[in-house]
Design a protein around this ligand. Structure first.
Ligand SMILES: [Mg+2]
Length: 208
């Protein structure tokens, strides 16, 4: 039986360029380490601030800046991401699990506005704010963070877990066995995975 698959798509590092957002905030604060950094620069490990060479107090200041009202609305989508997600939405029920930043009093509202601006209100209604994405049911789950992918896959054994490729998650083990990692950010590849999940017609089930 053919079904409409549920596809869960993480936002930061998948749809939006969180790295550039971080660097832009560091530049705004005038930290010399951030100046001269290319538009498409991306670190090889998770801590952007450390990769930039920022001191601890500077990294704290960047987080503070990111948490100010409206600032989160300035984060940029990756080229092709809005179009790619829109295509996936044509044949899948898409939801967007994302971790809130509790230090910000307006993060969730800013994110909602961002979705209304780049998609529309109906799509914005599909945001899911949570620290534990593994409890959310779906046929396909896409995230750039290995821990989220592992936790979700552990709960939903037969579900398709996709580690969205970034330079900072290139050395993760388990590819092919536990989860997929496409060679490059490719929304057509997501279409194929979602279509396969729909064709199989079986829903992942809770494993523990
Ligand atoms: Mg992410």
């Amino acid at each position: 039986m053919k079904i409409k698959p549920i596809v869960l798509i993480d936002i930061d590092g998948v749809i939006t360029n969180f790295t550039k957002f971080y660097v832009d905030c560091a530049k705004y604060l005038g930290f010399p380490a951030a100046h001269g950094v290319d538009e498409d620069w991306c670190p090889k490990h998770w801590n952007v601030g450390q990769a930039l060479g920022l001191k601890r107090y500077q990294r704290a200041a960047v987080w503070h800046r990111m948490s100010e009202p409206n600032v989160a609305q300035t984060i940029e989508p990756y080229p092709g991401a809005i179009e790619g997600v829109t295509q996936v939405m044509q044949y899948a029920d898409v939801y967007f699990p994302t971790q809130p930043i509790y230090e910000s009093s307006t993060w969730e509202y800013d994110r909602y506005c961002w979705f209304k601006q780049h998609f529309n209100e109906k799509v914005a209604d599909r945001l899911i704010f949570t620290k534990d994405k593994s409890v959310i049911f779906g046929h396909v789950f896409i995230d750039d963070k290995p821990n989220h992918i592992r936790d979700w896959k552990k709960r939903w054994g037969t579900g398709t877990a996709v580690l969205w490729p970034q330079p900072y998650n290139a050395d993760v083990l388990g590819i092919g066995a536990e989860f997929f990692r496409p060679n490059e950010p490719d929304w057509r590849w997501v279409h194929i995975r979602a279509a396969e999940a729909a064709h199989r017609g079986e829903a992942p089930s809770w494993t523990h």
